[in-house]
Design a protein around this ligand. Structure first.
Ligand code: ZN
Length: 257
C-alpha cells in the first residue's frame, strides 16, 4: 500500500530484505527500529523538519503521566474504530494516539510524520504498527483507497489526499485544539477552527458527529517546561512553576461523500 515518493513516480513499493523498492529501482532503507524514511531531499526545508527531540520528549512526559487518557478515550469512541479497520494517523507524532488505539481495538495501524525523532520514538514504542517518515503536505504516500479510517490529530490536513487514500465507505476523524487547549500556557484562547475545517473538507466529506473532549491536570514545573518546548513557547522569565493545565480537543467525524 506504500507508494514511491521520488518525484512523480508513485509506483508501489515492495519489501525486500532491509529495503523498500519500486519497479523503477528507487529504493528506501528500513531503519533498524523498523520505520521507513520516504522523505525526499528537496522536501527538507530544514535539516531536521518537524518536531524536535525536545518537543517529542516534552509531549511524551505528559502522555506517560496518563494526562491524555481522557482525550484518547474520546478519540477512540468518536472514531468508531473497530478490529477490521485499517487506520492511518497522518501527522502521528510519537505514535501515542495510534499506538494506543490499535492496542485498544485491535485494528491495523499506520503512522506518517515528517519528524524523524517522532517516528523513531513511535517505532520503538509501538512495533505492532507501521511507521513512515514522509512529507504528507504534498501527497500521502499510500495507494488509493488503502484505509478505512484516517486520523488527523492536531496535525496539518490535506483534504484531497485524505479522500484519495480512503475507501468509498471510509471515515475521517479530525481533532483540532479547542479554544481553551493549553490556555494557561498560551495566555489567551485560541481561534475556534471548527467551521473553517468543516468548510475545508466540504468538497469530499460530510460531518456526521462533533464533540469536545477536555481534561485538566496538575503538572509539576519540569513537565510544564517540557510542554512549553513541545509547543515551541519560551518559558517565563522567572522559570516555570507547578500549574493546572487544560487539554481540550474538538473532535470532528466525517464520512466520505
Ligand atoms: Zn519510484
Amino acid at each position: 500500500m506504500l507508494v514511491c515518493t521520488v518525484r512523480d513516480c508513485r509506483l508501489p513499493l515492495l519489501r525486500t530484505d532491509r529495503q523498500m523498492v519500486c519497479a523503477r529501482g528507487h529504493s528506501f532503507d528500513v531503519a533498524r527500529t523498523g520505520y521507513l524514511n520516504l522523505l525526499q531531499p528537496q522536501e527538507r526545508r530544514s535539516k531536521a523538519p518537524g518536531d524536535s527531540v525536545a518537543a517529542v520528549a516534552g509531549r511524551r512526559r505528559v502522555y506517560d503521566l496518563g494526562v491524555a487518557a481522557p482525550l484518547l478515550a474520546g478519540i477512540a469512541e468518536a472514531s468508531r474504530a473497530e478490529a477490521d479497520d485499517v487506520v492511518l494517523d497522518a501527522g502521528c507524532g510519537d505514535g501515542y494516539y495510534l499506538g494506543s488505539l490499535t492496542g485498544l481495538c485491535g485494528c491495523r495501524g499506520h503512522g506518517v510524520d515528517i519528524s524523524i525523532p517522532a517516528v523513531e520514538a513511535a517505532a520503538r514504542r509501538y512495533p505492532a504498527c507501521e511507521w513512515v517518515v514522509a512529507n504528507a503536505d504534498r501527497f500521502v504516500p499510500y495507494s488509493d483507497g488503502a484505509f478505512s479510517l484516517v486520523l488527523s490529530i492536531t496535525a496539518r490536513m490535506n483534504p484531497g489526499e485524505f479522500r484519495r487514500i480512503l475507501r468509498a465507505d471510509g471515515r475521517l476523524l479530525v481533532a483540532l485544539p479547542a479554544p481553551d487547549d493549553l490556555i494557561e500556557l498560551r495566555g489567551s484562547g485560541r481561534e475556534d477552527r471548527v467551521d473553517r475545517t468543516v468548510a475545508d473538507f466540504a468538497a469530499d466529506f460530510a460531518l456526521i458527529q462533533q464533540e469536545r473532549v477536555s481534561t485538566s491536570a496538575d503538572l509539576d514545573a519540569d513537565t510544564v517546561a517540557g510542554l512549553l518546548r513541545s509547543i515551541y513557547r519560551p518559558a517565563a522569565a522567572g522559570g516555570t512553576v507547578d500549574m493546572r493545565v487544560t487539554f481540550s480537543l474538538d473532535l470532528l467525524l466525517f464520512r466520505v461523500l
